[in-house]
Design a protein around this ligand. Structure first.
Ligand code: ADP
Ligand code: MG
Length: 238
């Protein structure tokens, strides 16, 4: 597990500042949900934490260590995207195992990790199948499995459920929450779904124009939304 500390974190594309010095400490095992209007910098912030974007300024610490210059693979963090890419020509076992591609574990230990991961995600009976023979929810679990198999200290989710239908979204929301309770791993989760934010978050972080507008428990935000967008999003009484 790891705490994640953002200190004056900045992202600049040329002259355009898209993240303007964010300060945030995410505790070990905390489930933090980022919300905010489209284009406010949520994905960029997540990608800087993952190491998929260079950091233009400020300091990022994971588990107390500065990781600004560290490669994604050396950060021990897993990222799950909205358009989860699983490989159609590979079995579920191979897809999950792909997460260990660069691992130095022996094949026996890799297989053990894959089996444990499949078991936690309810995929044990599907390990030999190709993705085409799975339901949407099972495919999503394979994508999570590929991230999980490396035993990451934190998961980053960028709108992971937005391409799923309503029923599956509800199911996956509960499954991710259960996974969090079981593993106790730090989770940073971006969504534009009010129900996901309210039901999954220990803490909601509201971003606006590259800043953190407010952060608090779902109840704090519901009772004291800092602006009209947040009030509408959360469904606070006006
Ligand atoms: P969100 O996830 O909150 O919708 P993003 O983090 O994707 O927002 O984007 C924040 C801002 O950064 C947007 O204005 C977007 O257009 C801009 N942006 C994102 N990626 C790039 C890029 N590679 N080059 C230039 N601008 C970018
Ligand atoms: Mg985004």
């Amino acid at each position: 597990m790891a705490n994640i500390e953002l200190q004056g974190l900045v992202k600049r594309y040329g002259k355009l500042d898209v993240v303007h010095g964010i300060d945030l400490t995410i505790a070990d095992g905390e489930f933090v949900v980022f919300v905010g209007p489209s284009g406010c910098g949520k994905s960029t912030t997540l990608r800087m934490i993952a190491g998929l974007e260079d950091i233009s300024g400020g300091t990022l610490r994971i588990g107390g260590e500065v990781v600004n210059e560290r490669e994604p693979k050396q950060r021990n963090i897993a990222m799950v995207f909205q358009n989860y890419a699983i490989y159609p020509h590979m079995s579920v076992r191979q897809n999950i195992g792909f997460g260990l591609y660069t691992s130095k574990l022996s094949q026996v230990d890799k297989d053990k990790r894959i089996d444990e991961t499949a078991q936690i995600l309810g995929l044990t009976d599907y390990l030999a199948r190709r993705p085409a023979a799975l339901s949407g929810g099972q495919r999503q679990r394979v994508a999570i499995g590929r991230a999980m198999v490396r035993n990451p200290s934190a998961f980053l989710f960028d709108e992971p459920l937005s391409n799923l239908d309503a029923q599956l979204r509800t199911q996956m929301r509960i499954e991710i929450k259960r996974l969090h309770q079981r593993l106790g791993t730090t989770i940073v989760y971006v969504t534009h779904d009010q129900v996901e934010a309210m039901t999954m978050a220990d803490r909601i972080v509201v971003m606006k124009d590259g800043h953190i507008l407010q952060a608090g428990t779902p109840m704090d935000i519901y009772e004291n939304p800092a602006d009209v967008f947040t009030a509408r999003f959360i469904g606070s009484p006006s």
